[in-house]
Write a protein that binds this ligand. Structure first.
Ligand SMILES: Cc1cc2nc3c(=O)[nH]c(=O)nc-3n(C[C@H](O)[C@H](O)[C@H](O)COP(=O)(O)OP(=O)(O)OC[C@H]3O[C@@H](n4cnc5c(N)ncnc54)[C@H](O)[C@@H]3O)c2cc1C
Length: 443
């Protein structure tokens, strides 16, 4: 029931991923729980699924297949009274709380920005052109297809220089996501070379180079975790180049520190993200990544009734800094904002957001992981099982959970598939053409 005199508010949430989708879901549930008349909740996203990114690196090694980790928004929402619309957001007027999309115009009493982040190429066209990002399902499939195409070509090539170039994989970025991408890539190459590509011996021919600008891999984690991870990767033949920058890229080559050129057709670019350009262009306060500066209640200070959460928000961490752009943060912010809106409608005070850090879990392939849950270090097989269990339990639908068990079992028993999904477009010289386009009709 609505408190006397309160009009039914229209809440418009932009972005239906970890931050926006969880905000919509919890807003509905919280309002029902306290017996409030439901606000009109509209959720808009260009895609109709939520990408479960923790398992995205496993697309490379084919441990999971695409559908498994992209449950649809409608499925996650179930019977909740949330009006989901698949639309492309084109323009946001913060003053009027008015949003223009490819389908029309939406007005809101409360406007929530949850539009996430995009790959950061630091303004370099060569990195954008020759680098393979790893942020979306399209990116994952494109990189996997490209790697398989390199294996196909190397398998039939008699030119030693070409073979070496095709089988050298360079990656910029050794953060949590980067470590997982590189180790799953190595897993793929080692499991399929020899078996399907008889002329390739992965241990002899393939070269993996992990480049990191900071002094250690996993720079945001404790040094002993980085050290353990580094040692494990080195033992598997991955060359680690810390305090090193990728300074240039071109067709068939990658330059390091302005002085060294590596012949390679694969530069994986997981060196950073920045706020969604639509958000970065809004007339509000921004941090250096273009994220909208909010207070501890997620309010955009200059505008009444406007909030930002998730990767597109620079939210105070309570210690003078801002929170990292992770799903762990986003899934706590959505519900916290929902609780605050309901509290406000009930005439109560909203609560400042306090992030509860639960640790990091990083899978590094070969039944191995480096995890630090609640300050403990769990490495090796137990870490890997912990990684699998925790993220399995967080998959948002039963359908995804059932599918993933099937995928894991199939991969374990029969190995990865080498079928390509034909997401790679090549130019006249056979090089993959980078594109930002979204994948349509995969699998
Ligand atoms: C490979 C990988 C692995 C990761 N692993 C982890 C992990 O293990 N743990 C962890 O905590 N974090 C992890 N992350 C980070 C995590 O995925 C992000 O922090 C999280 O997705 C942020 O959620 P969000 O809702 O803020 O933004 P996003 O997930 O980026 O969602 C933004 C949404 O806005 C939509 N959108 C954007 N622009 C428009 C537009 N113009 N019109 C319509 N819709 C639009 C997008 O389609 C998208 O659905 C990983 C990220 C990657 C890439």
């Amino acid at each position: 029931m609505a408190p006397p005199g309160r009009k039914k508010e229209k809440v418009l949430i932009l972005g239906a991923s970890f931050a926006g989708l969880y905000a919509a879901k919890f807003l509905h549930d919280e309002a029902c729980k306290v017996g409030l008349e439901l606000p009109e909740i509209t959720l808009i996203d260009r895609k109709n699924y939520v990408l479960f990114t923790a398992f995205l690196p496993e697309i490379l090694s084919n441990q999971v297949s695409p559908y498994t980790i992209m449950p649809s928004v409608r499925h996650v929402l179930g019977n909740r009274q949330v009006d989901f619309r698949q639309e492309e957001i084109q323009n946001v007027d913060l003053e009027q709380r008015l949003v223009r999309t490819d389908r029309g115009v939406h007005r809101a009493d409360r406007l929530v920005l949850a539009l996430g982040a995009v790959t950061n190429y630091f303004g370099r066209e060569d990195f954008a052109r020759y680098g393979f990002p790893y942020k979306t399902m399209a990116d994952a499939i494109r990189l996997r297809d490209h790697v398989l195409s390199c294996l196909e070509r190397a398998n039939i090539s008699n030119d030693q220089a070409e073979r070496r170039r095709l089988l050298t994989f360079v990656q910029a970025g050794a953060g949590c996501c980067g470590m997982e991408v590189m180790t799953e890539l190595r897993e793929l190459v080692h499991r399929v070379a020899g078996r399907f590509y008889r002329n390739i011996d992965a241990a002899r021919d393939a070269r993996f180079v992990l480049v990191e600008g900071m002094e250690r891999v996993l720079p945001t984690l404790e040094p002993e975790v980085s050290l353990a991870a580094e040692e494990k990767l080195r033992k598997r033949g991955i060359a680690i180049r810390t305090r090193t920058l990728v300074t240039g890229a071109g067709p068939g080559w990658v330059e390091l520190n302005h002085e060294e050129q590596i012949e390679s057709e694969t530069l994986i670019w997981v060196a950073g993200i920045k706020a969604n350009p639509l958000v970065a262009a809004l007339p509000a306060g921004h941090d250096r990544l273009g994220r909208v500066v909010v207070d501890e209640y997620f309010r955009v200070p200059e505008y009444e009734g406007v909030y930002a959460i998730g990767d597109c928000a620079a939210c105070p961490d309570g210690q003078g800094g801002t929170l990292a752009a992770t799903a762990q943060v986003a899934v706590q912010q959505g519900p916290a904002l929902a609780r605050n809106l309901v509290a406000e409608w009930l005439g109560r005070s909203p609560k400042p957001f306090r992030f509860r850090y639960r640790g990091d879990l990083v899978s590094i392939g070969s039944l191995d992981a480096v995890c630090c849950p609640f300050g403990w270090n769990v490495f090796g097989l137990s870490g890997w099982l912990l990684f699998k269990y925790v993220y399995f339990s967080k998959l948002p639908t039963v359908q995804s959970k059932v599918r993933i068990l099937g995928d894991w079992l199939a991969n374990f028993l029969t190995g990865p598939s080498i079928a390509m999904l034909e997401a790679v477009r090549t130019d006249a010289s056979g090089l993959a053409v980078p594109s930002e386009e979204r994948l349509i009709g995969i699998v």
